[in-house]
Design a binder for this molecule. Structure first.
Ligand SMILES: Nc1ncnc2c1ncn2[C@@H]1O[C@H](COP(=O)(O)OP(=O)(O)OP(=O)(O)O)[C@@H](O)[C@H]1O
Length: 251
């Protein structure tokens, strides 16, 4: 379980409390500048603010960097690499913290993740020769492998900052399926998102943020009513039902 107690960072994020259960997927929703990335950075332990974040009962500030790398993986918002490297070598970097030495098991995990994310045919490419969406899928593969439970039993938490960025609609589906797959293996997931309907269909819980505050949190279908979303985003929205499924649309 992950417990955040009174975490805050100056005026960017006001004191917040929440917890994430094993295998649970939490989406952070909120307008630009509402504090989603700040919250994710604090949970990752890479930025130090006020309050505390506990991972498996231990404050992340008291976990050494190697152990932290084994327990949680953090995908920041999309960045282009500053260096040229092959895709396979890039993925190997993600595996460097893992103590599992059985190369066959590792190879099987790499093959499974790359197959699922549709990058198995890109392993010999240089990362500079990938499209934006292909690069994002390689980053996702690396971050999932870092805490993939089959090869890293210490993996507990996956933190994703707008993982759908640059992905086409089919690849977004693949990404959400991958996130559910890793959560089903017991990893907790917290991710920022801008797609209301994906949060309705794919999140177990949602945290709605505005100006560094939690506006609401709970089961998406309970919390994401049109009035609350309109108030949070300052947009005109409407709720429709298609084949029994609720959708939130922009006017
Ligand atoms: N390095 C920084 N130093 C100071 N303020 C910052 C910094 N980065 C972001 N901010 C401010 O902190 C607030 C929260 O930003 P944050 O990036 O967490 O928002 P966000 O919800 O992730 O936004 P977006 O949807 O645009 O990615 C914003 O007001 C932003 O201007």
């Amino acid at each position: 379980m992950i417990i955040a107690k009174d975490i805050a960072l100056g005026t960017r994020l006001l004191p917040l409390n929440f917890s994430i259960n094993e295998g649970e997927i939490i989406h952070l929703l909120g307008p630009n500048g509402s504090g989603k990335s700040t919250l994710l950075e604090l949970i990752s332990g890479l930025t130090v603010g006020q309050g505390s974040v506990e991972l498996g009962g231990v404050d992340v500030r008291n976990i050494d960097s190697l152990s932290l790398a084994r327990q949680r993986a953090y995908l920041s918002q999309q960045q282009r690499p500053a260096f040229a490297i092959g895709v396979y070598q890039y993925l190997s970097l993600s595996l460097s913290a893992i103590s599992q030495q059985n190369s066959l098991t590792v190879e099987r995990a790499v093959a499974e993740v790359c197959e699922e994310l549709g990058i198995a045919d890109k392993l010999n490419r240089n990362i500079e020769q990938l499209s934006g969406g292909e690069w994002q899928r390689v980053r996702l593969a690396g971050i999932c492998l870092q805490i993939w439970p089959d090869i890293n039993p210490d993996g507990k938490l996956l933190i994703l900052d707008e993982p759908a960025t640059a992905l086409d609609i089919a690849q977004q589906s693949v990404m959400y399926k991958m996130v559910r797959n890793i959560a089903d293996k017991g990893v907790s997931v917290v991710m920022s998102n801008h797609d209301f309907n994906r949060t309705l269909s794919d999140a177990d819980r949602v945290i709605l943020l505005k100006s560094g505050n939690i506006v609401a949190q709970g089961i998406p279908g309970d919390v994401m009513d049109v009035e609350t979303l309109e108030e949070t985003f300052g947009a005109q929205l409407r709720r429709v039902e298609v084949d029994g499924q609720v959708l939130i649309l922009n006017h």
